[in-house]
Design a protein around this ligand. Sequence first.
Ligand code: TYD
Length: 215
Amino acid sequence: MSLFVTFEGPEGSGKSTQIERLSARLERAGVVYQLTREPGGTPLGTRIRQVVLLEAELEVSPLAEFLLYSASRAQLVQDVIRPALSMGQVVICDRYADSSAAYQGAGRGLDPRFVADVTWAATGGLRPHITVLLDLDPALGLRRAAARGQPDRLERADLAFHVRVRQGFLDIAAAEPERFVVLDAERTPDELEADIWVAIGSTLSAMGKLEGAAY
Ligand code: TYD
């Protein structure tokens, strides 16, 4: 049995730290997992990431931006996520389709139905079993992200955009409470790690993937 877990959240929400900690726990438990991210995760995705995030002078319209993320996603689903799931592995993805719904839909204002339709086409309807949403006040998140260095294209968008993105994530989570674990990202990394493990560890345990493991 496979498990597809995604992490979502606004800038500076601490996803990377929590993904690292979850990976360490999975390793200790001897669970075979595949870690990947969007945009990226394949040679094509890595090039798209470069274009869409780092080439500051390039004009990219909201529609083009969404289609670039979708192209990266289509390749990642075909080459990495589906093969791993079909081998019964756990897949952890740093951002996935909810990021497009929040950033390009709620944030940039693209029609949510269009975003959903293209996403369906790009992923063949593949949806995560569990999505961890690290929710954070965007003003705080942007300050955290700025402290990390040069802002990318999305980080340079104004605060109002990031407020819409945050609300977009919360609305998606409210519509699918059975899939989402929503956590307040202002809590300490240790507290967040523990809560994430309660959700994912219990699912793995119910799947029989943690039997006898020293985690
Ligand atoms: P990244 O450097 O991975 O940052 P983070 O640590 O915040 O995930 O940058 C990914 C950026 O791309 C982030 O600002 C969110 C944005 N994004 C979209 O706008 N739409 C999408 O579909 C995806 C996957 C990401």
